[in-house]
Write a protein that binds this ligand. Structure first.
Ligand code: ADP
Ligand code: MG
Length: 291
């Protein structure tokens, strides 16, 4: 069982933005969802784990080894798909993987070749291996991104908002690929999409403004608010007044009518009916507590 342990990790950028404020997380094998709105600190945290970003204080250990002190060993065990991959050189996917494979330390050419062909097959890109990556569609690029992240059989795979900008089909395909990667490694998936965490992750953390607001299993937190979520249909004009009176989690416009969801221990009034809780309710109620 692999273990990534983050303790009191803090980072303030030169301009004074406190991006990580004493973050602590304990992550094991399986898919871990890092959920939070834009600006929460997700990319900063991921770049810090990967070693591309310095930090001010705190510790990160992987399988009991401090990553600061063993950065070269850890880097070989790590695969990373950044939020912005940047510019792709105008070379074929196949050649680019060879290049990245060498950087990753897979120096034996035959071994590298076998691995690359198997990764291209896994990510459904074998037929496109001789095309330049800059000509790929968004979905293909992200699948290529996973292929390069898997070079060298890493024990930690970090993917930063991988489905942003993908259409629903591509997103589905990409998520299936992620869930196939296996239970024997740590996969950290950052996203602002609750649905992706709900569908894919066994463990999660909600972060905002550089703080961990909660961490644990999604199921646990959904169960914890079961029976405390209520819904009601109102006119649009009634929204302001309802916002003053109730703890509104979310609003949804359907055929000109507003459906509101409210968080309350007891039925807020007789017009409200109970409704089942989901991870989105957990997410919104958790974020609301901190604004
Ligand atoms: P997320 O990935 O969750 O959207 P980020 O980690 O990118 O969040 O950003 C966290 C905070 O740090 C934001 O307020 C962002 O504006 C700020 N930030 C990110 N990168 C830098 C940087 N290089 N210099 C200064 N501030 C930054
Ligand atoms: Mg980000």
């Amino acid at each position: 069982m692999n273990n990534l342990h983050i303790k009191n990790l803090s980072k303030t950028y030169a301009n004074g933005t406190k991006a990580l404020d004493a973050i602590s997380l304990d992550i094991h094998n399986g898919m871990f969802g890092l959920l939070g709105p834009n600006g929460a600190g997700k990319s900063t945290l991921m770049k810090t784990i990967v070693g591309l970003q310095s930090y001010d204080s705190g510790t990160i250990t992987f399988n009991e080894k401090n990553i600061g002190e063993h950065s070269q060993i850890i880097k070989k065990q790590l695969g990373y798909l950044p939020q912005d991959f940047g510019v792709y050189p105008h070379i074929s996917a196949f050649n680019l993987l060879h290049h990245l494979g060498i950087l990753k330390g897979i120096l034996h050419k035959k071994e590298r070749n076998i691995q690359i062909l198997s990764l291209l097959e896994k990510t459904n890109l074998l037929a496109h291996k001789d095309k330049a990556v800059h000509t790929f569609s968004g979905g293909m690029r992200q699948r290529f991104g996973i292929a390069q992240a898997l070079l060298g059989n890493p024990k930690i795979i970090i993917v930063d908002e991988p489905t942003a900008g993908l259409d629903p089909m591509e997103r589905h395909r990409f998520n299936n690929l992620l869930s196939e990667i296996g239970e024997h490694v740590i996969i950290i998936l950052s996203t602002h999409l609750v649905e992706d965490v709900q569908n894919l992750c066994t463990e999660m953390a909600i972060i905002n403004k550089g703080n961990v607001l909660l961490s644990g299993s999604p199921e646990y937190y959904v169960k914890a608010i079961e029976g405390k979520v209520w819904k009601k249909q109102i006119d649009k004009e009634q929204l302001t007044e309802h916002q003053k009176t109730f703890d509104i989690i979310s609003t949804q416009l359907q055929a000109g009518k507003l459906h509101i969801k409210v968080f309350a221990d007891e039925q807020p009034s007789h017009e409200f009916v109970p409704t089942s809780a989901d991870l989105e309710d957990v997410y919104f109620t958790t974020l609301k507590k901190t604004v």
